[in-house]
Design a protein around this ligand. Structure first.
Ligand code: GDP
Ligand code: MN
Length: 391
């Protein structure tokens, strides 16, 4: 889960990272108030959305009067800001952050990511900050410095100094840089983060180090022990489809294909997606309805899948262990009654109460395509897709 810049700055500041003083505003008037409250200008007004690249998209502005802060905030509120990362739809701006402007001499990139290959936290840094990491690794790969942290030892003073020197720190900056590296690592570890990014970490005109932008992502599997992080969730910034699915206990991931999938079990879902591809189709989503899915939950799964306009066929594949085929079948019938199903549906049921499930499907009189095996189901879904296209 991602959080806003101002939230990440607050967490990092608590761990000891220097950040500019600032305040949050939900209205243009409040933005002007925040500017006055901070004292003398200039200030920087920043759109708070879950995305980087706001600067070049017009979501960050240097202002010289509280009135200018308010007018710029006014222009941001209530519209979507599209950046290179959000796609053309953009993300809605409901909050802006107003902070005292910093005099920038140099911008540094600093990232902490979970490196799955080494199974460790990896620090990525570059003396050429400001650019996004993807752009940096393409345009200036030589500038990227990497260090992995041994979890048993933590980040060592030696590693910190090596990074500081590689980033061109001098004199007192070396110690300041080491403090920042330590603080970021602690913030990462102690909050079950999956990513901490400071871009830019700025060297000011006076030679001080300060985090001008901050980004953090978290492992939602750890929310049971991090309620304070879970509370930072901002639903306005998330894909509404994935949001609703999550609320209903469905594991859903949107993909690019045309065959919508409703499946129980993550393993079976993966296997089904493979089988669809093998048959010449493309899955539109990953969806695991989980064990013991009630008819209502199946209806929600249908609604979720149908909300994707790319979906042209739905494939339901259930291998019921804890689940019951009769419940799933009842759910499918209910979905046809309540959810306006306009695409062909292929159903394969197997396992607990399969006869009862098949009877419900048969007696429903609905134009469902039934299949016996996974391969059969995938082939029939692709065939249905082709005959739809032909028609
Ligand atoms: P992003 O584009 O979403 O990553 O937003 P950033 O917070 O990184 O801001 C984009 C750019 O705005 C930075 O790289 C800076 O060059 C500039 N910027 C942000 N804050 C300040 C500031 O206090 N003073 C100055 N002069 N520039 C700033
Ligand atoms: Mn940035």
């Amino acid at each position: 889960m991602d959080i806003h810049e101002y939230q990440a700055k607050e967490i990092l500041a608590r761990s000891g990272v220097p950040v500019p003083r600032g305040g949050l505003a939900y209205s243009p008037e409040q933005a002007a108030f925040r500017a006055r409250e901070l004292g003398e200008g200039p200030w920087v007004v920043k759109a708070q959305i879950h995305s980087g690249g706001r600067g070049e998209a017009g979501g960050v502005k240097l202002v010289h009067t509280p009135e200018e802060a308010s007018a710029y905030a006014q222009s941001l509120f209530g519209r979507n800001l599209a950046t290179r990362q959000t796609g053309p739809g953009g993300k809605p701006v409901f909050r802006v952050w107003v902070e005292e402007a910093t005099d920038i001499a140099r911008e540094i990139y600093l990232g902490f990511v979970l490196d799955r290959k080494s199974e460790r936290v990896m620090i990525v840094a570059s003396g050429h900050g400001g650019m996004e990491i993807e752009q940096l690794s393409e345009e200036d790969p030589e500038s990227l410095i990497r260090q992995t942290v041994d979890p048993a030892v933590g980040i060592t003073p030696f590693q910190c100094r090596e990074l500081a020197f590689a980033l061109g720190m001098e004199g007192e900056q070396v110690a300041a840089c080491c403090r920042i590296l330590n603080a970021c690592y602690r913030a990462f570890r102690d909050h079950d983060a999956t990513m901490v990014e400071i871009n830019p970490l700025c060297v000011t005109g006076e030679g001080r180090l300060i985090a001008l932008d901050a980004k953090m992502s978290f492992d939602s599997n750890a929310f049971f022990r991090r309620p304070e992080i879970a509370a930072l969730r901002d639903r306005s910034q998330e894909d509404p489809r994935e949001c609703t699915a999550q609320d209903n206990g469905l594991a859903y991931v949107g993909l690019d294909g045309t065959i919508g999938c409703i499946i129980n079990g993550a393993g079976l879902a993966m296997a089904t997606m493979d089988m669809i591809k093998l048959s010449g189709g493309e899955p539109a989503n990953f969806l695991d309805i989980g064990g013991g899915a009630s008819p209502e939950r199946v209806v929600t799964a249908f609604r979720t899948v149908l909300a994707d306009p790319k979906v042209q066929v739905i494939l339901v594949n259930i291998f019921a262990g804890i689940n019951r085929c009769d419940w799933v079948a009842a759910g499918i019938v209910k979905a046809f009654r309540e959810a306006n199903v306009t695409v062909p549906v292929v159903v394969r049921l197997s396992g607990t109460n399969v006869e009862e499930g098949q009877r419900i499907i048969r007696e429903s009189g609905l134009a469902l395509v039934t299949a016996d095996t996974l391969a059969d189901a995938a082939a029939k879904a692709v065939a249905a897709l082709r005959s739809e296209a032909a028609a």
